[in-house]
Design a protein around this ligand. Structure first.
Ligand code: AMP
Length: 375
């Protein structure tokens, strides 16, 4: 008889850090959690050495049944989580171009686990997979199709593991099967994205080829006219790499009001800082704009769900967003909106669409998917 999968290790392997969590899937309980930093820059020399440290931290465990890995990009090759074998690894190696910074680290983490946890199955869980159900009309860019055919340039979307978790939890909360639930899911943190979910499947999302598109974020600009990018490059003679840094790391809240942390911006706005006030209004405006659009796309939402550091905790930002949703008949319950970090309805009784806070748990979702894939 096949051994039941109980202990699942979840690995999030970044370029210079490795985060892990260990779950007991019988109870859903988290048994351990940790972080190894400075890989290749003063700390462990590579991901294998980092993983040896994890094994030591966990007390040389002998009973890990499976390992789930967060992988940034599955492109169109991986539409779901997948058990890793030689053929899968070869395909992953070919996807490095979609995430030159993250993919080598993600793949390095898998290879290190194969070496250290001999015989333990590895499952790759992709940030992009949940969005693979998007129809072409939402996913394609209006440029010469040769760029899609040659280079795979289209919208992929990210935070998929979080959106998928939220959809499953929201369906439970609404007492509806996942396959019948229509939602606008809002993952708002340092990076932010919205998804339009119809009958449990993603039909549109705000991030694009990369996580740069869509909402106003901590350090990313979100949507911008491509011609503005060209104008800046031309005027300041910037290389593509420099422009990439400007848009991904030096824009968003940081550029607008001096901090990428939403708490700082809220505190500044409270003291009357005009730049911070405008930054919050821009963030709220664009989020509300997409909520309205996605509500149309899915033919009316059963709920608007908020999650992520900002979505779960910031009453201030939530209030500013909901204040712009009057045309949808959405009304806030100001008292309920004080809640932080727990499942709660923050809309008023008469609200046409409920607004629900659901804390995300991407690691648990990866562990659940690992169990599902290994059957
Ligand atoms: P995440 O990337 O999901 O960890 O979210 C990080 C973001 O959540 C940062 O911008 C934080 O400022 C924001 N955040 C966390 N707690 C709060 C809070 N109590 N009020 C406002 N923003 C918060």
């Amino acid at each position: 008889m096949k051994k039941a999968i109980v202990k699942v290790l979840v690995i999030n392997s970044g370029s210079s850090s490795l985060k892990y969590q260990l779950f007991d899937m019988k109870t859903g309980e988290r048994l351990a959690k940790g972080l190894v930093e400075r890989i290749g820059c003063g700390g462990p020399k590579d991901h294998t050495e980092a993983l040896r440290k994890v094994v030591a931290d966990l007390g040389e465990p002998k009973d890990i049944d499976a390992i789930g890995h967060r992988v940034l990009h599955g492109a169109e090759v991986f539409k779901d989580s997948v058990k890793v074998d030689k053929a899968v690894l070869a395909k992953l190696d070919k996807l490095v171009k979609f995430g030159p910074l993250h993919m080598p680290a993600n793949i390095g983490g898998i290879r290190a686990c194969q070496q250290i946890f001999k015989g333990v199955p590895n499952v790759a869980v992709f940030d992009t997979a949940f969005h693979q159900t998007m129809p072409d009309c939402a996913a394609m860019y209006a440029i010469d199709p040769k760029y899609y055919k040659k280079m795979g340039i289209r919208k992929y979307g990210f935070h998929g593991t979080s959106h998928k978790f939220i959809v499953a939890e929201a369906a439970k909360f609404l007492k509806k099967p996942v396959a019948r639930v229509n939602l606008v899911t809002c993952h708002m943190g340092n990076g932010s994205s919205l998804a339009a979910v119809k009958n449990g499947e993603c039909v549109d999302t705000t991030m694009g080829l990369t996580p740069l598109a869509g909402l106003v974020m901590g350090t990313r600009c979100g949507d911008i006219d491509a011609a503005a990018v060209l104008a800046i490059m031309e005027a300041e003679k910037k290389t593509p790499a420099e422009m990439d840094t400007l848009l991904n790391k030096k824009s968003g809240l940081l550029a607008l009001a001096g901090s990428s942390d939403c708490r700082d911006i809220c505190a500044k706005a409270e003291k009357g800082d005009k730049a911070a006030e405008l930054a919050l209004e821009m963030l709220a405006y664009r989020t509300a704009l997409y909520i309205g659009a996605y509500n149309t796309v899915i033919g009316g939402a059963d709920a608007i769900v908020m999650t992520g550091g900002i979505g779960e905790n910031s009453s201030e930002v939530r209030e500013r967003i909901v204040a712009r949703l009057g045309a949808l008949g959405v009304k806030l319950d100001k008292k309920a909106n004080k809640v932080r970090g727990q499942v709660a309805v923050i809309s008023a009784k008469g609200s046409k669409i409920p607004v629900v806070i659901i804390p995300t748990n991407e690691e648990l979702m990866i562990a659940r998917d690992t169990v599902r894939v290994l059957g």
